[in-house]
Ligand binder design. Structure first.
Ligand code: CA
Ligand code: CA
Ligand code: CA
Ligand code: CA
Length: 391
């Protein structure tokens, strides 16, 4: 009942506050059903996917910033996906900002890299020591099967986001982005024979940075190697752009602007032809590639949603947007929104004063539509997914 009242109120707000737009007012769609993967800790900060146990179902890793935990969640399959997922704490370390699955030693078992800001300021590697050759679920969930190491040569920098980049000349490649003093985008390469001795890895500084918000691996120039799409939200070089993978990784990675110069650009999603970028300025940028560059269309957010966080597109062109309303001038607004093909926004979850994060679109209940996995850290909704009502 309480939720119904809030929804009606937000619909009313849209009617009252957007008289100048010709957009249809709101969808009659009810809020999407929310399911909780874990809400037992504080400060869930990002969901990153990888299949740890080889059952073809994507599992999830998340850093809990305030609780100082890196956690792994095993996807239980569509029949059980609506319940809390089997989970384990992989490591306790302060201020994790991001955690991502990657096989760092090439032994076929996924390890985890976590980025730490705050006082910790490190890039950590959590080695998967489950019995070879394949990781099974019960072994993965045993804390003692994981050990933590770090890139000592990267200490003292606020690392914010990491991205697996496959292999480069048979060397395992990882990209990390930072914020604040000494911030860079840095490429880390294992020795030709991958090693757990992280002092033998090579660090190549690709670009100075203000605050790297997101990194994506996309072959932007169709030459068969992975380029790096990034958003840098602070400083005089802030922009969404891509770095062209050179023949030799030691050479210059030429920067190509996409959009957003001078804007506070947040999470982005990209293919070689299209890039969607959320910003903290009330619009998202819809960038389509043409022969002579990028055509950038600003997409207005729902009314009073200024601090965008992430935007994703469904295959049919409908969009989903997350935002931070907790820190905005209009905190009594929902923070996760759906935009239909006619451009009308409706709230997926009416909860207000929220701070959402990046998303993964993935069919979790097996009904052939993409559901929305994300996390929220101010109302402590935790790691959650929203059930797409399309099917
Ligand atoms: Ca799995
Ligand atoms: Ca491994
Ligand atoms: Ca390329
Ligand atoms: Ca679904």
């Amino acid at each position: 009942m309480h939720q119904t009242i809030i929804v009606s109120f937000s619909v009313l707000l849209i009617v009252v506050l957007s008289p100048t737009t010709s957009l249809p007012v709101a969808s009659a769609k009810p809020p999407w059903k929310r399911h909780t993967i874990d809400n037992t800790h504080r400060g869930a900060d990002g969901v990153r996917l990888g299949d740890f146990n080889g059952d073809a179902l994507p599992d999830v890793v998340t850093g809990w910033e305030e609780s100082g935990l890196v956690r792994l969640y095993l996807n239980p399959g569509s029949a059980k996906a609506t319940e809390p997922w089997p989970a384990a704490t992989i490591a306790k370390a302060r201020s994790p900002e991001d955690a991502v699955p990657i096989d760092m030693d090439g032994d076929g078992r996924l390890d985890i890299v976590s980025c730490h800001e705050g006082k910790q300021r490190q890039l950590l590697v959590h080695w998967n020591n489950t019995p070879a050759p394949h990781s099974n679920s019960s072994q993965l969930l045993r804390h003692q099967n994981w050990t933590t190491d770090r890139f000592k040569q990267l200490d003292g920098v606020m690392w914010m986001f990491a991205l697996p980049l496959g292999t480069i000349d048979s060397r395992i490649a990882l990209v990390a982005g930072a914020k604040g003093p000494k911030a860079t985008i840095t490429l880390l390469l294992s020795p030709p024979k991958p090693s757990r001795d992280l002092s033998t890895w090579t660090a190549i500084r690709l670009r100075d940075a203000g605050w790297i918000m997101s990194l994506r691996a996309v072959d932007m120039d169709h030459d068969g190697d992975q380029d790096i799409v990034f958003s840098d939200r602070k400083g005089n070089r802030r922009v969404a752009a891509w770095l062209e993978h050179p023949d030799d990784p030691d050479q210059t990675w030429t920067e190509h602007e996409i959009a957003g110069q001078g804007r506070e650009v947040m999470f982005l999603t990209a293919t070689a032809e299209r890039c969607l970028i959320s910003t903290r300025e009330g619009v998202s940028l819809d960038c389509r590639r043409s022969d002579n560059g990028w055509n950038v269309t600003p997409l207005p957010n729902p009314p009073q949603i200024s601090l965008g966080k992430a935007i994703e597109s469904f295959p049919d062109g409908q969009l989903v947007l997350t935002a931070n309303t907790h820190s905005s001038n209009h905190p009594n607004r929902p923070g996760i929104w759906f935009r239909n093909r006619s451009g009308s926004w409706s709230a997926i979850d009416p909860t207000t004063r929220v701070k959402f994060d990046r998303m993964e679109l993935i069919d979790l209940d097996g009904d052939n539509d993409l559901d929305v996995m994300t996390c929220e850290e101010r109302r402590n909704l935790g790691i959650i997914w929203y059930e797409n009502p399309a099917n």
